[in-house]
Write a protein that binds this ligand. Structure first.
Ligand code: NCD
Length: 314
């Protein structure tokens, strides 16, 4: 397969074509196998990543930095910008121009929707959007698709149920756009009315003629779910009043998962803050701490290598 990502920005889940996703899934599987066998490679020796995170992160930051090192590359880690010139008032475009001049790729997390797009306008190096406020998180989406394929074996005729705060969840916005490449995927969204999916996402699904259902009642869709995709209430993006109203509305515990199919999976991009009880962690359907989290590193190895190298050989 020809590498479709060389020198490309990744800003939104809607930018991936079916071919792009097939290429990424294939390369992610190869990265996984290679890491399991020998830990790493040096195909990205001489390349440097800037990990520029204005917002907190554990998994996205950690997996990108680990991915770059396992590819033999270097990195500038900015986990928080308080010690950079941002604290002196430097603008995003100027900060981006700086790191684009030293390094070969920039992974950016920022609180504002559209920030990655602005960064891309000012950078001659590829920008990978690692979360722009409540906008998008397109590097998590292939990781989640890979996890579904790895654990369920298929995306055909499967029913994916998203539950929680869907209004402020960038992962959901990006993942849904990628899942829509698979016409037989059934999508249901369960949330309090105040935290329902964003109007743009609703319009996107309608304009692509992809059916979906919205409800406040998890029990309506739980027993037919193949994937239960749980999300955190994103306190940082809402008023205290709204937080108090919607927090704790859906708690996934032993009783909830007892109503699910034997062959189904429970996913969560993490961090979880109480919305999945710890007792569920031991259920064999819980893949968030096992496959899903680790796959983030393999997907990011695939993404980094393919934006940095014309041809990726693993
Ligand atoms: C998410 C994020 O930051 O968007 N985490 C992640 O990248 N895995 C989810 C969250 O913060 O709840």
């Amino acid at each position: 397969m020809k590498n479709p990502f060389f020198n490309r920005d990744i800003l939104s889940g809607g930018e991936y074509s079916q071919k792009d996703i097939d290429y990424l899934l294939d390369l992610t599987a190869k990265m996984k196998k290679m890491v399991e066998k020998k830990g790493g490679t040096d195909i990205c020796r001489g390349k440097i990543l800037t990990a520029l995170f204005y917002e907190p992160s554990s998994r996205t930051f950690g997996s990108f930095v680990a991915a770059m090192q396992r590819l033999g590359g270097g990195f500038i880690p900015l986990q928080g910008v308080n010690n950079s010139s941002v604290a002196k008032g430097e603008t995003l475009p100027d900060t981006i121009r700086t790191f684009a001049s030293y390094t070969d790729v920039i992974v950016l997390r920022h609180a504002e929707v559209g920030s990655a797009k602005i960064a891309a306008e000012f950078s001659e190096k590829p920008i990978l959007n690692a979360g722009d406020g409540i906008g998008e998180h397109p590097t998590q989406a292939p990781q989640d698709v890979f996890t579904i394929l790895q654990t369920l074996g298929t995306l055909k005729n499967i029913h994916i149920v998203f539950v929680g705060d869907l209004a402020h969840y960038r992962n959901v916005n990006s993942l849904v756009k990628v899942l829509m490449l698979f016409p037989k995927v059934r999508l249901s969204f369960v949330s309090p009315a105040e935290a329902a999916i964003q109007p743009q996402l609703r319009e996107y699904m309608k304009s692509h003629k992809h059916d979906f259902a919205e409800t406040e009642n998890l029990d309506e869709v739980l027993s037919s779910a193949d994937v239960l995709y749980v999300t955190r209430v994103k306190k940082e993006y809402m008023t205290d009043v709204l937080y108090k109203r919607i927090q704790g509305k859906y708690i996934i515990d032993r009783k909830t998962v007892a109503k699910m199919k034997k062959k189904s999976i429970i996913m969560h991009p993490l961090p979880r803050v109480g919305e999945i009880s710890v007792e569920v962690d031991l259920d064999e359907r819980a893949v968030y701490f096992r496959e899903q989290m680790r796959n983030g590193m393999y997907t990011r190895m695939a993404l980094l290598a393919s934006v940095l190298l014309k041809e990726v050989k693993v």
